[in-house]
Write a protein that binds this ligand. Structure first.
Ligand SMILES: NC(=O)c1ccc[n+]([C@@H]2O[C@H](COP(=O)([O-])OP(=O)(O)OC[C@H]3O[C@@H](n4cnc5c(N)ncnc54)[C@H](OP(=O)(O)O)[C@@H]3O)[C@@H](O)[C@H]2O)c1
Length: 292
């Protein structure tokens, strides 16, 4: 018999969930859905943010049914359109609820093209959309403290040698599409480091992580028959959600901020992830998104 959604992830964590409010991006499928289900199973109030209403509402219904928790809600969010990102934040703020944990999980790989506002698609979705979402919700997170911002990065961030800021204004040109992905995941690590510096002492702590190599929809562009063969050796989505749940809820990391995790343990991030580059990325991101 198959286990209910979030069951494996549930066993990995027990603290700091009941009655608290969580918003998980890209929670209609994959690691995000397993994370949302794990939180709902432990009694959290969970917002499933997703670009497709149909997929998001299907996930809400399934998570409610499999966890027995009715406090699961859908929020529309297209991270490739900053107007949609701002509307998502406004929609959440209009509920008047506190926000205890934001999980920046959604991501794209091997994607080509530009976001609505003209940024390289993987940078735009994986970093810039989450940058705007987090900043729009930061006042609420601070007021709800202790609160956390968890950003799902990748060990692909080790492959990035730095950030060519000019390249972020045009579509990915690499053959595999992995170069831009590595840069976007380095941005997740840098964002977490700079956010930690800016929120120090505010009651908000922040974490970046590698979930492991996980059998999710992210491999949808890998052709058959390679894909099913590859996926047989990967972690399940529940196993892949374990480090997200750890960073979102564990008392073990309550005093930490700005660090990178894998397998529910701290790991040294790329040496390219310096405070100087983190500050520059933040400044550029602010200018590009016209944050005050
Ligand atoms: N799977 C792995 O092995 C692995 C390894 C390292 C890191 N990660 C990271 O883990 C995170 C979750 O990935 P996953 O493996 O669970 O992949 P997935 O199954 O493909 O899920 C990705 C999620 O992001 C959503 N998304 C994509 N573009 C979006 C947009 N413009 N606006 C809003 N949502 C958007 C997707 O929505 P749709 O369903 O509508 O496309 C989906 O809900 C990603 O950040 C990924 O980089 C995964």
């Amino acid at each position: 018999m198959s286990e209910p959604e979030g069951a494996t992830a549930h066993r990995s964590e027990v603290a700091g969930v009941k009655g608290r409010t969580f918003l998980v991006t890209g929670a209609n499928t994959g690691i995000g859905r397993a994370t949302a289900a794990g939180l709902a199973r432990q009694g959290g109030r969970v917002y499933v943010a997703s670009r497709s209403r149909a997929k998001g509402e299907e996930a809400v219904t399934a998570i409610k049914a499999s966890t027995g928790n009715d406090a699961v809600f859908y929020l529309p969010l297209d991270l490739a359109d900053l107007d949609s990102v701002r509307a998502c934040a406004a929609g959440f703020l209009a509920t008047g609820e506190p926000l205890h944990v934001l999980v920046n999980n959604a991501g794209v790989v091997r994607a080509r093209g530009l976001t609505k506002q003209g940024f390289e698609l993987m940078f735009g979705v994986n970093h810039l959309g989450h940058f705007v979402l987090t900043n729009a919700l930061l006042g609420c997170l601070t007021a709800s403290g202790p609160a956390r911002v968890v950003t799902v990065s990748s060990d692909s961030h080790y492959s990035a040698r730095g950030i060519d800021f000019e390249a972020l204004r045009r579509p990915e040109r690499g053959v595999t599409g992995m170069h831009g992905y590595g840069v976007s995941k380095l941005c997740n690590v840098l964002f977490t480091q700079e956010l930690a510096r800016r929120t120090a002492g505010s009651g908000v702590t922040t974490y970046a992580l590698h979930p492991g190599v996980v059998a999710s929809d992210i491999w949808r562009r890998v052709p058959w028959p390679v894909r099913p063969l590859m996926m047989r050796r990967m972690l399940t989505v529940d196993e892949g959600a374990a480090t997200s749940l750890y960073c979102a809820t564990s008392p073990d990391v309550a005093q930490d901020s700005g660090k990178f995790y894998e397998k529910c343990a701290e790991r040294t991030p790329s040496r390219v992830a310096t405070p100087e580059l983190a500050a520059e990325l933040w400044k550029r991101s602010e200018e590009w998104t016209a944050l005050p």
